[in-house]
Ligand binder design. Structure first.
Ligand SMILES: [Zn+2]
Length: 531
């Protein structure tokens, strides 16, 4: 049976950039576009050429790159009222972007036409039809029917007329937008079917779906539209976007290709790049990864309870809905005192200790000892890896701290000018290295001093970054004083890892976690310690 191809239309660079805290530089946009093209998405919406110079520059520069079969789209609105399409500045900007596809958005909802645009219902239809017709002389046109589902509920007759106006203007695709993100899958299915039925006399026209996630149904709604005949899904990587975001194309693609029967995406290519793509977009957008993100999150295939882990080692499918490798993700086994020996063995797999019960007991004893002090290894895979190496006797330190001092305070109480400095002495090989650095806060100063001191000997640390820093107060009972637990998440271009430090002193706990994070990076890259 041949599967039906579903086009993937990415609007990370336009709708996604509307997300709170997201701002892409021109270079960011180009890098994301190249990644998307490499992954094989069908369309990349690059931006709104009338809105700013950055988007204009994007459309110019992207022409220099070979995107394979991926097509770039410029996005804009229908012509203004009372202006001829050919004379409208927005229309001209769309054509000037010289993209093979132009996406133009128009009003579906009668209320929006009369109250927001303040045009008659007839004029709105003329604006849609004439704009599409003008643009279709220059590029393939996708018509985005804004508020289509709300508009249809309010006035189905008129909503369908707007589509017919776009179709008779020559639009190739009708993209139906759940702009407010409030629809349910059954409503999307019913209304999409009605739209498809009403345009049967335009056999060349196909349908797309563009969902927002305000009811956390954007992915389900997109799939519901595909079920009744939509052949294009619009969305963003990781679902980033305004308010609660857009349909997450990662989940859309994974569900269509791996779960639902009879569909294919990306021309049948592998979905293995998806996990890296997801992380790349988070990093470029300067957003935190979402651990629980389906398919590609770090926790998506993480297992904790001892029973689970035991079962997973026997038959992965009992607790995993897909093989994580299909989307480029991996199974993670979280370690804790509760989870027992099978977790230890699973995590320690790469150390080949599965048959060595004596070593397993030693590791478990060490975990229990440290957990009693307030350590927790669930989010500290990096520190746990080093713990195993220490128990096995294969840990070789790349440096040893001699002393450090951190000073933080205010230079002037009136001006509230705060500062932090760290002074650090460490031994690298046979050299004592001494360094001082300033930072935003004491931990940042310490981190900066540590890295600057180590970089000449270990240039591999250049691409390592601190992604997250968390502090908890731990009270382990048993009469001991409450301490501080610091978790640090670090990342390079390939992976992220957690490390941990525990102490009564928050700076000391942070320093332990920083040291582990650097040691983990150097160990995983098999860097020979400096001599
Ligand atoms: Zn949107």
């Amino acid at each position: 049976m041949t599967s039906k191809p579903i086009q993937i239309y990415d609007t990370t660079l336009r709708d996604g950039s509307q997300g709170e805290g997201v701002s892409f530089s021109l270079n960011d946009k180009l890098q994301i576009a190249l990644r998307l093209a490499e992954t094989g998405v069908d369309f990349i919406e690059g931006g709104y050429p009338l809105s700013n110079e950055k988007d204009v520059a994007f459309f110019q520069e992207i022409q220099e790159h070979d995107l394979g079969d991926t097509q770039v789209c410029a996005f804009g609105m229908t012509r203004r009222r009372g202006v001829e399409a050919a004379q409208d500045p927005g229309m001209k900007a769309l054509v000037a972007a010289r993209t093979p596809v132009i996406t133009v958005v128009g009003k579906t909802w009668d209320y929006h036409a009369t109250e927001v645009l303040r045009v008659s219902l007839e004029e709105n239809l003329a604006m849609i039809g004439e704009s599409v017709q003008f643009l279709a002389g220059h590029a393939a046109v996708i018509y985005d029917a804004e508020h289509f589902f709300d508009g249809y509920r309010a006035n189905p007759e008129y909503a369908l007329q707007t589509l017919r106006a776009a179709a008779s203007g020559g639009a190739a695709v009708m993209s139906l937008c759940d702009t407010n993100g409030g629809s349910l899958p059954e409503q999307i299915a019913e209304i999409t079917s009605a739209a498809i039925d009403s345009l049967r006399d335009y056999p060349g026209v196909t349908f797309g779906i563009h969902c927002h996630n305000d009811s956390e149904l954007a992915v389900a709604n997109s799939l519901a539209a595909v079920d009744v005949g939509a052949t294009q899904v619009q969305g963003t990587i990781n679902g980033i976007g305004e308010r609660c975001g857009n349909a997450d194309l990662i989940s859309v693609m994974a569900n269509l290709a791996l779960k639902k029967k009879g569909y294919s995406v990306l021309g049948g290519r592998s979905l293995q790049p998806l996990t890296e793509l997801s992380r790349f977009v988070y990093e470029t957008a300067n957003l935190q990864w979402r651990g629980g993100q389906p398919f590609v999150g770090q926790s998506a295939f993480a297992h904790k309870g001892g029973m689970h882990v035991h079962a997973i080692n026997k038959a992965a499918s009992t607790y995993e809905h897909i093989d994580p490798a299909l989307v480029g993700n991996e199974r993670r086994i979280l370690v804790s005192e509760l989870s027992g020996r099978s977790n230890i063995v699973a995590v320690a797999n790469k150390h080949s200790i599965e048959d060595d019960r004596e070593i397993q007991d030693k590791i478990l004893a060490e975990v229990v000892r440290l957990e009693n002090q307030g350590f927790q290894f669930e989010n500290a895979g990096g520190s746990f890896d080093l713990l195993i190496k220490r128990v096995l006797g294969t840990f070789t330190p790349h440096f040893s701290p001699i002393k450090y001092r951190v000073v933080a305070g205010e230079t002037s109480a009136d001006e509230k000018d705060v500062y932090a400095e760290a002074i650090l002495k460490i031994r690298v090989g046979d050299q004592d290295c001494f360094n001082a650095a300033e930072g935003h806060g004491p931990v940042n100063a310490l981190d900066t001093a540590l890295r600057e001191t180590l970089l000449p000997s270990y240039p591999q640390l250049r691409d390592m970054r601190l992604v997250d820093y968390k502090v908890r107060v731990v009270d382990n009972g048993a009469g001991t004083a409450a301490g501080t637990r610091v978790n640090i998440e670090s990342a390079d271009h390939h992976e992220s890892w957690g490390t941990i430090g525990v102490s009564d002193n928050i700076i000391e706990a942070s320093f332990q976690a920083l040291i582990d994070s650097v040691e983990y990076k150097l160990h995983k890259e098999n860097v020979t310690p400096a001599t």
